[in-house]
Design a protein around this ligand. Sequence first.
Ligand code: AMP
Ligand code: MN
Ligand code: MN
Ligand code: MN
Length: 286
Amino acid sequence: MAKLDLHCHSTASDGALPPAELVARAAARGSRMLALTDHDCTAGLALARQAAEQAGLDLINGVEISVSWQKRAVHIVGLDINPDCPALVAGLHSVREGRVERARRMGEALAKIGIHGAFDGALQRCGNPEMIGRTHFARFLVDSGEVKNVAAVFRKYLVKGKPGYVAHEWATLADAVSWIRQAGGIAVIAHPGRYEIGRMLMEQLVEDFKAVGGEAIEVVSASHTLDQSHKFALLAARMELLASAGSDFHAPGEGGRDVGLTANLPPICVPVWSRFSPPRATPSAD
Ligand code: AMP
Ligand code: MN
Ligand code: MN
Ligand code: MN
């Protein structure tokens, strides 16, 4: 395992652990480099940095921006960003603005099928109310005994075609990548294996992403099987993208991988951290 993790969430978005606890957990598990990549929000980074200094962990400033591309939601991670960059700050603010309104509509949609109080329930579970999202609704529905776990709530209620799903317009791909670049960061296509698109559309996504200045793709992700990691390693090499690795950890016991360590990148990959400023070597297992 590589002692690094470049994708995870805190209570600043839809993670369950406050930034300092998340960092301490990653360090205790042997991580040496960690990027906190909360959705559409960098508010957790300052607390994470204090904790990282105490733990001797290399904290990379990150974010995961929600994008609409060809009528689908696509997530773009920004790594090694300056969170104070005005263009990034304003851009993320604009993405967050729509969330509360969308959540109200989700609450109304769920009420129509007899599930009441979902908006308030989701809001109570937010560390950061302006970041209210589907995960908070899912946790409310699990706690109320409606469904057994978060993944099942998504399948039953919260994905396209299900009663609690509400369409929403996120940032454009060009804007998201531009904010990340203006903030001095590297844009990364998050968990490409999660998008239900075929080979042609995936190549189109990579081409559109590169055309606006995108540079990297997640090869290793908890959302990927080993086969998918190899497939995306080959895609990265062929389309000249840097490779990233992250757990996308949200909460203990919610499925997926724990925070801190990730599988090694296939040797064909050029690691995204070799382009951080300053460049980092791979902190690998002893
Ligand atoms: P939102 O940004 O509010 O649309 O919520 C997106 C978040 O929901 C993702 O970042 C994941 O944390 C979570 N999510 C999306 N799809 C699923 C799924 N099928 N199972 C569990 N969690 C999911
Ligand atoms: Mn999430
Ligand atoms: Mn994501
Ligand atoms: Mn994520």
